[in-house]
Design a protein around this ligand. Sequence first.
Ligand code: UDP
Ligand code: MG
Length: 328
Amino acid sequence: MNMSVYSDQLLTIVVPCYNEQEVLPETVKRLGEVLKKLVDEGKIAAQSKLLFVDDGSKDETWGLIKKFEKDFEYVTGIKFSRNFGHQNALLAGMTIAVKYSQMIITIDADLQDDINAIYEMIDKYYEGNEVVYGVRNSRKTDTFFKRQTAMAFYNVMGRLGVSLVPNSADYRLLSQRAVESLLDFKERNLFLRGMVPLIGYQSAKVYYARKKRFAGKSKYPLKKMIKFAFDGITSFSTVPIRLITNLGLFIVVVGIILFIYSIIRKIEGNVEIGWTSLMASIWVIGGIQLICLSVIGEYIGKIFKEVKMRPRYTIEQDDYSKKFTEDN
Ligand code: UDP
Ligand code: MG
């Protein structure tokens, strides 16, 4: 179609935004520069876009996106009808962008992930990689606590048999085909960084240093982080259920031993001794049972969510597709 070999490859950079009015102007500026440079170098199509997904922000985020859409041809946005969460925002952005894009990059709005890695991602794409992970080689700017908890998380996930690319989050490039394959995963409980390795295809990694959020606050407080980690584990691994089985078997064995022991004590005539151990076992086993029930309950809850097949998000406004249909 085009004269240049590469310039018909349209790139869309998907940026999920939840109350990001403080960072948005700078994000638009910096990502815009990257886009422009890539177009000038003939690496991406001139119609390449930034796609901001407003995840039901309560501040001026959507107003800003609309303003930038007017100012810059390459800025577009879609707006959720309410907050559906980071993962759903990413998925919606990819679902919409995949129709028109040969490459899709997802990146957080706060630019904690080095945007200069984008050039390398594109190069890797042209080398034939359909999945290019952005991997942090330094988390110096994250707090000690965040670093430790993140490390523990990858560790636990690894042990549970979920293959993740350590220190890679939702900053990555996917080819059109890779996104289409990802969209074949119909689960409601999204954990994209666990799903992407499952689609296969040739992949590569690009390393960068993670920076501080340059404005605004983290939208992932500890509570959300724990929930996300727990969701990740229970969406991807049934090892916790197997652990319960083993625990149950172990307790049965202990129970048999205690039963034999108490009969021997009875024969010996020392019966009143039982009170302490009885109390202890009631509480210990009661506690263990509750934990087990809650773990099983978690899976049942997940099944409940999956079988309902509710929409993963609702789009109130889609300026991205509008821009493309108007253009052509
Ligand atoms: N985000 C979102 N919906 C949410 C929470 C967060 O779209 O419900 C976006 C947020 O705007 C940002 C990205 O997800 O672009 C990552 O969030 P944040 O930077 O707050 O997380 P952290 O880097 O602290 O883990
Ligand atoms: Mg961040």
